[in-house]
Design a protein around this ligand. Structure first.
Ligand code: PLP
Length: 330
C-alpha cells in the first residue's frame, strides 16, 4: 500500500485531470431556473453532477487517481473503504481501466449500494461496523494483496479530479461572482478553489456544511483541523469527522468562508429541485443551493445575492427512493 504524497495539488493538476477525463467523465450540463432567479433576485447556474457517471462528482477524482497508477499498481488493483459514492466511483473507474477492485463496506450498508458496486465489477468485503475497525481491515487486505488504497478526499489526484467540475462550470460561465460548494472532507471544495483561483480569481467560493457537522468552520476559526464525532445529518455524503491534511490548507488559504445549513433547509432544497427543476438530488447534493439561500438572507433582507451571478455545484443524486419519497412527502 502506498501512502498518498503530501504534495499539495495545483491548478496544473486540475487541468491535467480534465485532459485525462475527456471522453471518460460526462461533461455535465449547467442548468438554469427562472424560479430560483426570481426567488433570490440573482442569476443561478447549476452544475449538475447528479447527472455524472455513477451519479456523483466522485467519479472524477477516482478515475483521475486510478489512471495514474503504475503498471504494477494496476496489476494488483485498488482498494477503498466506503459505503457511499466513492465506492461506486472506484468500482467503475477500475473496470474502465481493467484492474481489480476491492471495496470494504459495512455489512449493513444499503443493499442497493452493495449491488451497484458489485455490478461495476468490484469485490465487496463486508465488516461489522460496531465490532470491527474498517481501516485495520483495509490496511490488512491492502498489505496481503499488494493493493493500493485510495482515500475519498485527502489525496492530491483525487482533489485535482474533483476540481474539474468547477473548471467546466467556469469554462461555460466565466464571470461568476459566487460559487457555492458542499463540504464533507473538502476534496470537492479544495479542487474547486484551485480551479477558481486560476480561472476566476474574483469569484468568491463559499463552502457549505451541514450544521451538525460544521467541523470545517470550526477548523478555520481554530487555525488547525478540528475533529468531531460523526455528525447526525441527512447529508450522508458529508458525515465526515474532519477535513484532510491536504484539503484543509487549500480551504484555509482560498475559501471566502464556510457556512452551514440545517437538515430542514436541505429538505426544502430537495423539494425545489424535484418540483421546479425536475431533477433528483441527494441530501448532500443540495447543500450548495440551501447554503446560497441561507447566505442570501444572512445579512439584511434576503438581498445579499441581488444582481449577482451565482454558481451552484449539485454534487450528487444517489438516494434510496423510499427515503427520497419520505423527504418529499413530509
Ligand atoms: C463525497 C460527497 C460530498 C463531499 O465531498 P468531499 O470531497 O468529501 O467534501 C458531497 N456530495 C456528495 C454527493 C458526495 O458524494
Amino acid at each position: 500500500m502506498s501512502l498518498p504524497s503530501l504534495t499539495l495539488p495545483t491548478f496544473d493538476d486540475v487541468a491535467a485531470a480534465a485532459h485525462r477525463l475527456k471522453g471518460m467523465a460526462h461533461r455535465t450540463p449547467v442548468l438554469r431556473s427562472t424560479s430560483a432567479d426570481e426567488m433570490l433576485g440573482a442569476q443561478f447556474f447549476f452544475k449538475a453532477e447528479n447527472l455524472q457517471r455513477t451519479g456523483a462528482f466522485k467519479f472524477r477524482g477516482a478515475f483521475n487517481t486510478l489512471a495514474q497508477f503504475t503498471d504494477d499498481q494496476r496489476e494488483r488493483g485498488v482498494l477503498a473503504f466506503s459505503a457511499g459514492n466513492h465506492a461506486q466511483a472506484i468500482a467503475l473507474s477500475a473496470r474502465l481501466l481493467d484492474m481489480p477492485a476491492v471495496i470494504v463496506m459495512p455489512e449493513d450498508a444499503p443493499a442497493s449500494k452493495m449491488a451497484a458496486t458489485r455490478e461495476y465489477g468490484a469485490q465487496v468485503v463486508t465488516y461489522n461496523r460496531y465490532t470491527e475497525d474498517r481501516e485495520a481491515i483495509s490496511r490488512q487486505l491492502a498489505l496481503e494483496r499488494g493493493m493500493t488504497l485510495v482515500p475519498p478526499f485527502d489525496h492530491p489526484h483525487v482533489i485535482a479530479g474533483q476540481g474539474t467540475a468547477a473548471l467546466e462550470l467556469l469554462d461555460d460561465v466565466p464571470d461568476l461572482d459566487y460559487l457555492f460548494v458542499c463540504v464533507g472532507g473538502g476534496g470537492l471544495l479544495a479542487g474547486s478553489l484551485l480551479a477558481a483561483k486560476a480561472r476566476a480569481p474574483h469569484c468568491k467560493v463559499i463552502g457549505v456544511e451541514p450544521e451538525a457537522g460544521d467541523d470545517g468552520a470550526q477548523s478555520l476559526r481554530a487555525g488547525h483541523i478540528v475533529r468531531i464525532p460523526t455528525p447526525h445529518t441527512i447529508a450522508d455524503g458529508a458525515q465526515t469527522q474532519a477535513l484532510g491534511d491536504l484539503t484543509f490548507p487549500i480551504i484555509r488559504d482560498h475559501a471566502e468562508s464556510l457556512i452551514s445549513v440545517r437538515d430542514d433547509q436541505l429538505v426544502q432544497a430537495l423539494r425545489f429541485f424535484a418540483e421546479r427543476m425536475k431533477i433528483v438530488v441527494e441530501p448532500t447534493g443540495a447543500l450548495g443551493f440551501a447554503g446560497a439561500q441561507v447566505f442570501a438572507g444572512a445579512e439584511g433582507n434576503g438581498k445579499q445575492l441581488h444582481g449577482e451571478r451565482v454558481g451552484i455545484l449539485i454534487s450528487g443524486g444517489n438516494v434510496d427512493l423510499g427515503r427520497y419519497a419520505r423527504f418529499l412527502a413530509d
